[in-house]
Ligand binder design. Sequence first.
Ligand SMILES: [Zn+2]
Length: 460
Amino acid sequence: MPTAGGRAKKTMSDRPARAWSTAYHAAWVYPVAGEPIADGTLIIEADRIVWVGPRAARRLSASVREVELGSVLLTPGLVNAHTHLDLTVLRGLLDGERFFEWIRSVVAARDLLSPQETLDSALLGIVEGLQGGVTTYADTAPGAEGFQAMKALGVRGVAYLELFGPDPVLCEQAMEGLRARVGALRLDETPLVRLGVSPHAPYSVSDALYAAVAAYARAERLPLATHIGESDAESQLVTDGGGAFAKFLNGRGIATTMRARTPITMLEQNGVLGPNALLIHCIRCDDDDVAAIVRHDAGVVTCPYSNRYFGHGVAPVAAFVAAGVRLGVGSDSMASNRRMDLLAEACAAMPSSDARDGWRECWKLATVGGANALGLGDLIGTLEEGKQADFAAYSVPAGSTIDEALRFASSEGARAQLVVIGGSERVRDGRATADTSAIVARASAATARIREWRALARAT
Ligand SMILES: [Zn+2]
């Protein structure tokens, strides 16, 4: 890597894996909270940031490990506020299907994956995310593989356990299952990886189950995430009990009727909206819905590339920003996206991202925006004294201005040279510090197997 200030180059691989106190020097530090710092320094102790500022202003100490990062932009770690890590191996395999058929194919493909393949899929998702500088993952899945994968690779995240239950008669049964899953995993939570719950969506969760999960999450102090306001078919099901989803449910003997004025209103009626709630997508959201989200202080995550993949439309991001909604961006699963590229998602979400301030807004959305949406804003999202040491560094051309650096580091496929999570280096010199070759090999074997199954299914 290039060096700054004419100092001798010291490769990162020469350094010890962990030191008590470390100073990282970068051509640019963008703390997100506050102005960018030219020739900046970030000092961490164990898992926390203890100092951020111009290199010239730091106090020297002999006990600090010095890391010369050179011509890089150092930023807070990116926050992927919505993903399904266990679907990473399905990338490209379900293309061309309409939303309803796509969901059924995902369910069928999930059933075909072995527990090891599902875990490998989740691990692969994190490996790819780390390459882009993603330090926090809000993962939604029916199984525990995402939870295990985040712990195994040392990243930060919330594992929202997904549950389904469109038939109100089966509500208590679904709750029993959820309580058992949470009970089994809760003792395994770590300071980095926490559990949450996720009633899937209005077409797969009854009003009774939404209300029961919301009450349970409040009592247990668990974060909650749900897909909402994503498609016209979903809106129609909620507002008049008709449409494609209604037809499917009616065919299974489940009656459908008007539930609420809008999907967001339905959540409000069932007590789901609150500070612990993360609302995924929110494309179909009118002014009254936005006001309800603000009134209940719920978080929102928008997934522009996934929404485009299905042709679902565009979330009213400008209205969210104007109203002060806690807003982040997510990649959604790789079964409806190509890459976990949070800066691309943020720039797609922001209407003025090509303007000077637009670049900064994109970085804010992909960092502190996501942190706030997940209720983790006190811990992560900015580079400030006392916050967790979660950050990434991207190579930028020597002599870049801050705007050039931000633009360069957010260009398509930009890879992080260094990723630190809770004070531990997870990417160094552009490579994962864990051995990931076996993960990648096993995951591609799983992809090949599912591709074969898809080809057979199409042929018959
Ligand atoms: Zn999703």
